[in-house]
Design a protein around this ligand. Structure first.
Ligand SMILES: Nc1ncnc2c1ncn2[C@@H]1O[C@H](COP(=O)(O)OP(=O)(O)O)[C@@H](O)[C@H]1O
Ligand SMILES: [Mg+2]
Length: 223
C-alpha cells in the first residue's frame, strides 16, 4: 500500500479543478469527497450521496469492509452559510479519527482518501475558534492511513499548516498576480504557468508533469 500523501490543486474558476479531481480519484476504491456544488461525483459515477456527517458516519461504518466504497458528502450551504462547511469538515475530521482508530485497535485499519473540492469554504485560514479538528488530520492523519486531496481557487487562503505539508502541487490556470506570487513562493521561481484545462504537477518541489485536466498522470496511488 502506498504512503498517505497530501495533494493540493490550485487554479482559478473554470480552470478545470473539479474535472481533474474526478480523474485523479477515479481509480480510488475507498474514498470520501466533500463539496458544496452539485457537479461531479454523481451517483451515476458510483458515488453514494450524503448531505450530513451523521449520514456519512452511518454509510462508512456499515460498509467499512466493502471492497469499494465511494461517498460524496455534499454540504448544502448557500452563499450566506459560511460556518456550515467549516463545521462539517471539523466533524468529519473527528469521525474519521473515531472510525480509523477503532479499526486500528481491531487490527482492521483500511487506508482511506479524503478529497475536498472548493476547500476555501471548508478550511479557510480564518476560522471560528475551536474549528481545528482538521489540523489533526494534516499533522497526524498519516498514521491512520488518511490520504488528502484539496482543490481551491484561493491559494492565498490555504492555512500554512496545510501548505507546508503538501507533497503534490497541481497548478492549473491561475487568476491574478496575488495567486501567482503565492504559488511562486511555494513551488519556486521555476513556476510554469499553464492555460485553461491544463496542469503542471510539482512533486516534492520538482516539476514532474504537464498535461490536460481530462487526462492527468496518476503519480500517487490512492487506496
Ligand atoms: N481538458 C478539458 N478540455 C475541455 N473542457 C474541459 C477540460 N477540463 C475541463 N473542461 C470543462 O471546463 C468547465 C470547467 O471545468 P471545471 O473542472 O468545473 O473547473 P473548476 O472546477 O476549476 O471551476 C467544465 O465544463 C469542464 O467540463
Ligand atoms: Mg470546481
Amino acid at each position: 500500500m502506498s504512503e498517505p500523501e497530501i495533494s493540493l490543486l490550485v487554479g482559478s474558476r473554470g480552470a478545470g479543478k473539479t474535472t481533474i479531481l474526478n480523474e485523479i480519484i477515479k481509480p480510488a476504491t475507498f474514498h470520501i469527497v466533500m463539496t458544496t456544488k452539485p457537479s461531479g461525483f454523481t451517483a451515476r459515477q458510483g458515488w453514494k450521496q450524503v448531505t450530513t456527517p451523521d449520514q456519512l458516519l452511518e454509510v462508512l461504518t456499515k460498509n467499512y469492509l466493502s471492497k469499494k466504497l465511494k461517498i460524496c458528502l455534499r454540504v448544502l450551504a448557500g452563499p450566506k452559510e459560511k460556518i456550515l462547511p467549516i463545521f462539517t469538515l471539523d466533524r468529519v475530521s473527528n469521525l474519521l479519527y473515531q472510525v480509523q482508530d477503532m479499526a486500528l485497535r481491531k487490527n482492521m485499519l483500511k487506508p482511506i482518501g479524503l478529497t475536498v473540492d472548493e476547500a476555501h469554504r471548508f478550511y479557510p485560514h480564518h476560522r471560528p475558534k475551536d474549528m481545528d479538528g482538521f489540523d489533526w488530520v494534516i499533522s497526524e492523519g498519516r498514521e491512520w492511513g488518511i490520504h488528502l486531496i484539496f482543490a481551491t481557487q484561493r491559494p492565498t487562503n490555504v492555512p500554512p499548516i496545510f501548505r507546508d505539508n503538501v507533497q503534490n502541487w497541481y497548478v492549473l490556470m491561475l487568476g491574478g498576480d496575488t495567486a501567482i506570487k503565492t504559488i511562486k513562493e511555494l513551488v519556486g521561481r521555476s513556476l510554469k504557468t499553464v492555460p485553461q484545462y491544463r496542469y503542471a504537477l510539482y512533486r516534492g518541489g520538482i516539476l514532474t508533469h504537464e498535461g490536460s485536466t481530462r487526462k492527468p498522470k496518476i503519480v500517487h496511488r490512492l487506496p
